[in-house]
Write a protein that binds this ligand. Structure first.
Ligand SMILES: [Cu+2]
Ligand SMILES: [Zn+2]
Length: 187
């Protein structure tokens, strides 16, 4: 309510470009959207991910545009820590929310990217695995693209009678981390 009054006051005062800029900047940090630039191990931008929600508790709509990746499926997840240290990006930790469940049901697990022969991919989906606020927690988070396809820990028993091993259950075996995009903590 106080925010609404404040907003009304600010809007009432908006009569010059500078104030408009301040209001737009505030809107960007409203807790309902994030924009993430994916960079490869050389630091080259290879894509953009936007995530939006209608409210702080609503499911998140994700839109991805990438280019310059190898044609094939690529594992695509939110990782727990907002640190993208090239070239391995291991600094970003494991999958967001991993621990309570196996890979495939981690909150940060997302549909795979399908990169076409022209080395671009687009992907659009919604998830209720996480909220925008989860991405912007105290250590942030990172959106990660892997080198290979994700098996979502879906290994038929004829291959693994005792079930898949821990690495598969934790990661889905999509291999090296090839592009990373940092989500900063909320301020
Ligand atoms: Cu990953
Ligand atoms: Zn996972």
């Amino acid at each position: 309510m106080r925010l609404r009054v404040l907003l009304a006051a600010v809007l009432a005062l908006v009569s010059c470009g500078a104030l408009t800029t301040i209001v737009l900047a505030a809107k960007k940090n409203d807790g309902r959207s994030v924009r993430v630039v994916l960079r490869n191990a050389d630091g080259v931008a290879v894509g953009v991910v936007t995530m939006r929600a209608r409210s702080a508790s609503a499911p998140v709509s994700v839109r991805v545009n990438v280019r310059g990746l190898t044609p094939s499926f690529h594992g695509f997840h939110v990782h727990a820590v907002g640190r993208c240290e090239a070239p391995t990006f291991m600094s970003a930790g494991g999958h967001l929310g991993a621990g309570a469940t196996n890979h495939g049901m981690h909150p940060g697990d997302m549909p795979s990217l399908l990169v076409k022969r022209n080395r671009t991919a687009t992907l659009s989906f919604t998830t209720d695995g996480f909220k925008i606020g989860d991405l912007r927690d105290s250590d942030g988070s990172a959106v990660m693209v892997h080198a290979g396809a994700d098996n979502f820990a879906n290994i038929p028993p004829r291959y693994a009678p005792g079930g898949p091993d821990q690495a598969t259950l934790d990661t889905g075996d999509s291999g090296a981390r090839v592009a990373c995009g940092r989500v900063a903590p909320a301020r």
